[in-house]
Design a protein around this ligand. Structure first.
Ligand code: ATP
Ligand code: MG
Length: 425
C-alpha cells in the first residue's frame, strides 16, 4: 500500500472511508447483531481486493470506518468504495481524512491541506488559478468538547481564508466544497462528498427466498429488492429446450452473475418445463395454457424451495402487466402453493422497474433478445379472468401431475453462481 505523504498534509492525518448505515442504526436491542453482520458483509465484499489484508474495519459510535493498518497517506482506491457501495445496509460512504487529535491548530492545518488538494484538483480540470468556494459544516458529536460547532466552523473558515484568499472564497449558498468537519471522541473526520448507496439491511438477516428467474427485466429486479431487505436468495429458471436455446439459458446465468455481485454466491436450479407444457397442451383448453403453466412453475419452485431452506417464493409479477397477471390470475396462481409468494414489483409501473434495472445494472442483459419458455405454446387468446374452479377442473384432468413434477425436479441442472467459497450464511 502506498504510504507516500502528499505535500502539505499534516503528518498524522490518514485517508479512510466512512461507511454510514441507514436503517441498521434504528434496530434497537438488535443493533449490535445487525452491525456485526454488516461488518462481515463489508469484509467479504473487499476480500478479493489486493489491499484486503492490510485494511481494518472498525465500528464506533454509529459509524463504520475502513482504514489501512499502517495509516494511509493517499486516498484509498475508488474500486474499494464501489465494492462497499454494493453491500446492502450501507446508506452512504465518504472518502475522508482522519485526524487522530482534536487540537484546533491541527484541525486548521488538516482543513487547509484538504482545501489545497481540492484547489489542485479544480486547477487540473479547469485551469491553473481557477477560484474555488467552500462552506464549513462543523459538527460536534462529543458535546464535552469546549468549542460549539458554529464557533468551530467560523474559526476554520477564517483559517482557510487567511491561508488562500482571494483564490478561495466562502459561498454559503452553493459552495464548490462542502467542508464537513466532524469532531468525535477519538479525533476528527474531514470530508466533502457523501456517496449514496442502496441502504436496506445486511444479507442474511431476513431468511431465504426462491426467486423464479426468467431472462426478462422484472424478475432480477424483484430478487434484488428482496435481497436488499436482507433476504438471501436462491433461483429457479425454467426452459423449454429445444424450443428455447442454450444461449437463452446462458443469458439467465449471466443475469444471475450480476445479481451475485450484490447477493453473494447462490444456486441456480434449471428445470426443463417442456414435458409439463406438452402434457397441459394435450389435456387442457388452449386459453388456460398460460395460467396452468404458471401454476406448474409455482408448484415446482415450492418443492425445490422446501429442500433448500427457502421460506418464500419470489416473482417479478406485476399487477395487470400481462394476461397472467390480472388480479384474478394472480389469485389463481397463488392458490397453487402454500408458501407465501412475494411480489415486490406488484404496484410498480414498467418505467419504474426499467429505471431500477438500469440502476442495478441488469437492464442491458435483460433486453438481449432470446426466447423464453412462456412463449412456447402461447395461446392466441389467454383467459384473463380465469375462474379458480375452471382452472382447477382443467388441472385435475391432467394425469399424474405429482409424478411429472417429481420427474422434472429429478432431472434439473444445478448451477453455482458467483465466486467459489463465497457462500453467504
Ligand atoms: P420478467 O418478468 O422477468 O421481465 P417476463 O416479463 O418475460 O420476465 P412474465 O411473463 O412477466 O415474465 O412472468 C412473470 C414472472 O414469472 C417473472 O417475473 C418470473 O418471476 C416468473 N417467470 C416467468 N418466466 C420464467 C422462467 N422461464 N423461469 C423462471 N421464472 C419465470
Ligand atoms: Mg414481467
Amino acid at each position: 500500500m502506498n504510504t507516500t505523504q502528499s505535500p502539505g498534509t499534516p503528518a498524522q492525518t490518514e485517508h479512510v472511508l466512512i461507511v454510514r448505515y441507514g436503517e441498521v442504526a434504528l434496530k434497537g436491542m438488535n443493533k449490535p447483531y445487525f452491525e456485526r453482520v454488516l461488518m462481515g458483509r463489508i469484509q467479504s465484499a473487499i476480500k478479493k481486493e489486493p489491499e484486503a489484508s492490510e485494511l481494518r474495519i472498525t465500528r464506533e459510535d454509529g459509524l463504520i470506518v475502513v482504514q489501512a493498518q499502517a495509516g494511509q497517506r493517499t486516498p484509498l482506491p475508488e474500486r474499494l468504495m464501489h465494492r462497499i457501495a454494493k453491500v446492502f445496509g450501507v446508506a452512504t460512504i465518504s472518502p475522508a481524512i482522519f485526524l487522530p487529535g482534536r487540537e484546533m491548530e491541527d484541525i486548521f492545518a488538516a482543513c487547509i491541506a484538504f482545501i489545497r488538494d481540492k484547489k489542485a484538483e479544480r486547477s487540473a480540470v479547469s485551469g491553473e488559478g481557477t477560484p474555488i468556494s467552500f462552506k464549513v459544516f462543523g459538527k460536534r458529536s462529543d458535546k464535552t468538547y469546549p468549542i460549539p460547532s458554529p464557533e468551530m466552523s467560523a474559526k476554520i473558515g477564517e483559517a482557510i481564508l487567511a491561508a488562500f484568499a482571494p483564490a478561495v472564497k466562502v459561498d454559503v449558498h452553493n459552495p464548490d466544497v462542502r467542508l464537513n468537519v466532524h469532531l468525535r471522541r477519538k479525533g476528527v473526520f474531514i470530508f466533502d462528498e457523501k456517496v449514496s448507496c442502496f441502504g436496506g439491511l445486511p444479507l442474511g438477516t431476513n431468511g431465504k427466498g426462491m426467486i423464479l428467474l426468467s431472462g426478462g427485466i422484472d424478475s432480477p429486479v424483484a430478487a434484488w429488492m428482496m435481497a436488499r431487505r436482507g433476504m438471501r436468495i436462491e433461483a429457479v429458471h425454467y426452459h423449454s429446450y429445444p424450443y428455447t436455446s442454450q444461449r437463452a439459458q446462458e443469458k439467465v446465468e449471466e443475469l444471475a452473475q450480476i445479481l451475485a455481485s450484490y447477493c453473494g454466491s447462490f444456486t441456480l436450479h434449471v428445470v426443463n418445463l417442456l414435458p409439463a407444457q406438452e402434457r397441459i397442451a394435450l389435456h387442457c383448453p388452449e386459453e388456460l395454457m398460460t395460467i396452468l403453466v404458471r401454476r406448474f412453475m409455482m408448484k415446482i419452485a415450492e418443492k425445490i424451495a422446501g429442500t433448500r431452506g427457502c421460506g418464500m417464493l419470489i416473482t417479478g409479477e406485476n399487477l395487470g402487466q400481462v394476461a397472467s397477471q390480472t388480479a384474478e390470475a394472480l389469485i389463481t396462481t397463488d392458490a397453487a402453493v402454500s408458501l407465501p409468494v412475494m411480489r415486490p414489483l406488484i404496484a410498480f409501473d414498467k418505467t419504474e422497474i426499467i429505471e431500477k434495472a438500469q440502476e442495478i445494472g441488469t437492464f442491458e442483459k435483460s433486453i438481449e433478445p432470446y426466447e423464453d419458455c412462456c412463449t412456447v405454446f402461447l395461446p392466441k387468446h389467454p383467459a384473463t379472468r380465469p375462474k379458480p374452479e375452471t382452472v382447477l377442473a382443467a388441472e385435475n384432468a391432467i394425469p399424474d401431475v405429482e409424478t411429472l413434477i417429481e420427474e422434472l425436479i429429478a432431472t434439473k441442472e444445478i448451477i453455482r453462481i458467483g465466486l467459489e467459497n463465497d457462500e453467504i450464511r
